[in-house]
Design a protein around this ligand. Structure first.
Ligand SMILES: Nc1ncnc2c1ncn2[C@@H]1O[C@H](COP(=O)(O)OP(=O)(O)OP(=O)(O)O)[C@@H](O)[C@H]1O
Ligand SMILES: [Mg+2]
Length: 412
């Protein structure tokens, strides 16, 4: 009979001038990666495309790479960069990026995952911001009934930040029904569906917010639930989802968003769809592209084999993808830089001589890592992770090619 002995392990990496094991344990990227080693050229290409989109164009790009070669990492890095630089930009030109983990089976799935990635809080905030702007325009044109506040003070606050209307409403100083009426009227000016107008404004009512969010983000609701929201159509076809996307984007545009980056990972998943389903899905994607000649940047990631098929069989879609960026496997030069970059981020202070070096890995060990990993980033990082823990446990002075060979053989 064996025992499962569980001990919280605190290893000391000081021997290698490291605060921790720098390499990922699980081989999956973080939600918001803070760095992207050795992808300068790829990032420059993507950066050029997104910059052009920011100035009013639409362009689309595919990142082509084998399994474990950094597609998800790059997409997540792009998302966090776009959102940190442009989501709350105050100098106009706001942009937002949403990450879709997999395209799913229909455009409804893609739409739902995109909306859920942006999140309910984002849209509730957007709704309050819209209501704040509407309140301001009412104040400019006519009187608005307010309690216990000076109109000038309200005007100033809303000019600084329209979203502040939420606290005025919560304190009972401004009455919601009065602004909602004007907001509905205003929304109808640039959206196509009354459903969207009804669903969107319900986001600010505590009683209906959750249901409204479910509908807006593409979840299926029962007829009675939709009736409570004042919404007629279910989100049951790609066409519905497409129309909702367009209307949601129109609202965002009205609030200053000039660009949506739609980042779709694992595009190769479409390969499991039946021929007709695949055709329908790619047609819907094509419509999405055609309906947005400006302000949309689609970045998809796909394995080389599936992308080759898409290019051969679905011209109408693939020809709309402006650029292919190939994520090459690691080379002798890039594996060194990747390892050094990871190590540098976990170095202990006061070990200047180790900074920028690949210690504890010897040059031969890095060559061996490249050889046995076949240049695959995930495999290379996994080996580095195991090697560091092995070295610490066995008090190895450095990590040699012998250790890498031995570890690789024991894993295989
Ligand atoms: N440029 C990079 N800089 C730092 N770490 C990276 C980089 N590219 C990939 N990684 C890391 O390598 C591992 C594998 O990368 P990732 O999961 O992005 O590959 P993938 O191509 O999406 O794989 P799969 O095809 O299996 O989904 C992750 O731990 C990720 O954080
Ligand atoms: Mg991936």
């Amino acid at each position: 009979m064996g025992d499962l002995i569980l001990v919280k392990k605190e290893r000391n990496y000081e021997r290698y001038a490291l605060k921790r094991n720098p390499f990922p344990y699980a081989g999956i990227p973080e939600e918001n990666p803070v760095f992207c080693a050795d992808r300068e050229r790829e990032l420059e290409n993507v950066g050029d495309i997104i910059s052009l989109c920011l100035s009013g164009h639409s362009m689309h790009v595919v990142l082509v790479g084998g399994y474990g070669n950094g597609k998800t990492h790059l997409l997540r890095f792009i998302k966090s960069q776009v959102n940190s630089q442009f989501k709350d930009s105050v100098t106009g030109g706001k942009a937002i990026a949403g990450y879709v983990i997999s395209p799913g089976r229909t455009l409804i799935d893609t739409y739902r995952t995109f909306m859920q990635d942006l999140g309910r809080d984002f849209f509730v905030k957007l709704c309050w911001e819209f209501l704040g702007r509407v309140t301001l325009s009412i104040l400019k044109k006519s009187a608005l009934e307010v309690k216990g506040i000076k109109l000038d003070e309200l005007k100033k606050d809303l000019t600084d930040s329209p979203g502040q209307i939420s606290s005025y409403v919560e304190d009972g100083k401004v009455l919601l029904p009065e602004i909602l009426k004007a907001a509905r009227y205003e929304l109808l000016r640039f959206t196509k569906s009354v459903d969207i107008v009804n669903g969107f404004v319900q986001l600010v009512y505590d009683d209906t917010a959750l249901l409204a969010w479910k509908w807006l983000s593409g979840e299926q609701l029962l007829y009675e639930q939709r009736r409570n929201l004042g919404v007629v159509s279910p989100v049951s076809t790609d066409e519905n989802a497409l129309n909702m996307f367009q209307d949601v984007y129109s609202i965002m545009k009205e609030l200053g968003y000039g660009l949506i980056c739609l980042l779709i990972d694992e595009f190769e998943a479409i390969e499991v769809l039946q021929h007709q389903q695949k055709q329908r899905f790619l047609n819907s994607m094509r419509h999405l592209i055609d309906l947005n000649p400006s302000g949309l940047c689609l970045v998809i990631s796909c394995t080389p084999e599936v992308w080759k098929n898409v290019v051969m069989e679905y011209h109408a879609f693939s020809e709309r993808i402006f650029k292919e960026i190939i994520l090459r496997p690691l080379s002798q030069d890039t594996v060194r830089r990747l390892i050094k970059e990871y190590l540098a981020r976990s170095r202990t202070k006061g070990k200047a001589e180790k900074n920028g070096s690949s210690h504890p890995f010897t040059g031969d060990a890095i060559d061996e890592i490249l050889k046995v990993s076949g240049g695959n980033i995930r495999r290379a990082l996994a080996l580095c992770n195991t090697a560091i823990d092995y070295g610490v446990k066995n008090e190895s002075k450095q990590i040699s090619s012998q250790i890498i060979k031995q570890l690789y053989e024991s894993i295989m």
